[in-house]
Design a protein around this ligand. Structure first.
Ligand code: FES
Ligand SMILES: [Fe+2]
Length: 369
């Protein structure tokens, strides 16, 4: 897992004025909304003696630790220590990491790292969100999979035919050949468009809406942005578009939260939402069922033990980016974290660590570049 990316903690509607604990990158965070409506995300570890802040309550826009009542504001700065000697000032070292947050597309994004704003990989845009002529639905899944394997699956143009009976011919069509792909790399990712030979949509209303009831060549594109964001554009006919945006957050190495924003420019009445979401769910579980059984479970450290073909080039590019991000010093040393897990708390370094010194909790171990 990698620090220094934006990750979705939850849907906006789930973050209220009561504290919630969220596990991301194998670490615990506390999120809450202040009286002005701003969402805060702090490391969950109290620097006093390790209380879990999310078990406390919000007092005057501060999170109050459930153990001895120390209060930390949204910036992580301690505002109150009930057990401090009279007349003593709160030492400046008493602070917890506080992470930048943004609310977009109904999701709460947290920047888990210390990289300055200008150097961060931007959040993937959903330009169709709430635009006229488009309908948006949001779905949430939690799967026992490695998010990197899931991103690789998203940019794997050869799996649809075999994993998704609704998209392909399930290997039954002799004429079928994986489409050629037109890859475009960006600073933070890779993607491609292709012309896919596909059967008509199986679901009746959707098929009728698409106006296509024969096999045809359709345009589809997919790509990843940063470490854990995916886009997929499907054009079943030249006028009908389904544009999907998936934001994945590793809870830990083998558990992933997936937030899917689906936008469509047909059947835009709300009564069709359920059908669209049902279909997306079926597809998501088809992917999960393959990913959950991969060996090894996690994206391998090297491609030496896999046989890549031309169609796998986007995945090779993703692996190259992973290497680059590891070289940047962004990859968590999971072995070290688990070795010391029982007796050592860590915090993902926040931007504040580049401004002030004297932090009490150690930064999470990072693999040496
Ligand atoms: S552990 Fe949090 S106040 Fe003591
Ligand atoms: Fe898939």
């Amino acid at each position: 897992m990698y620090i220094n990316f934006w990750y979705v903690a939850d849907q906006s509607q789930n973050i209220t004025e009561s504290p919630v604990k969220k596990k991301m990158l194998g670490q615990n965070f506390v999120l809450f909304r202040d009286t002005k409506g701003k969402v805060h995300c702090l490391s969950d570890v109290c620097v006093h003696r390790g209380g879990s802040l999310s078990g406390g309550k919000i007092v005057k826009d501060c999170i109050q630790c459930p153990y001895h009542g120390w209060q930390f504001n949204g910036k992580g700065k301690c505002q109150k220590i009930p057990s401090l000697d009279k007349g003593t000032k709160i030492p400046s070292r008493v602070k917890v990491d506080s992470y930048p947050t943004k609310e977009l597309y109904g999701l709460v994004f947290c920047f888990l790292g210390d990289l300055p704003e200008k150097e961060r990989c931007p959040i993937m845009k959903v330009s169709e969100y709430k635009q006229e002529g488009w309908r948006t639905t949001t779905q949430y899944f939690q799967f026992n999979i490695d998010y990197k394997r899931s991103i690789e699956n998203g940019i794997d143009g050869a799996h649809n035919e075999f994993v998704h009976p609704t998209h392909g011919f399930s290997g039954e069509e002799d004429d079928y050949k994986s489409p050629s792909i037109d890859i475009k790399n960006t600073k933070w990712g890779t993607g491609f468009f292709s012309q896919m030979y596909a059967p008509p949509l199986k679901e009746k209303t959707m098929r009728e809406a698409s106006g296509r009831d024969e096999n045809a060549v359709i345009e589809a594109g997919t790509g990843h942005h940063g470490i854990s964001m995916l886009w997929t554009h499907i054009h079943p006919t030249p006028d009908i578009f389904i544009h999907q945006y998936m934001y994945e957050t590793p809870i830990d190495e083998t558990h992933t939260n997936l937030f899917l924003i689906n936008t469509r420019n047909f059947l835009i009445e709300p009564e069709h939402d359920e059908r669209v979401m049902e279909r997306n769910q079926v597809v998501a579980f088809q992917d999960r069922d393959v990913l959950i059984n991969l060996h090894p479970r996690l994206t391998p450290e090297t491609i030496k033990n896999e046989f890549f073909v031309t169609m796998d080039r986007p995945i090779k590019r993703y692996r190259d980016l992973l290497d680059e991000w590891q070289q940047n010093g962004w990859r968590i040393n999971i072995d070290e974290v688990s070795r010391t897990r029982m007796s050592h708390a860590y915090a993902v370094p926040s931007p504040g660590r580049r401004k002030t010194k004297g932090w009490v909790v150690d930064p999470i171990p990072i693999l040496k570049p």
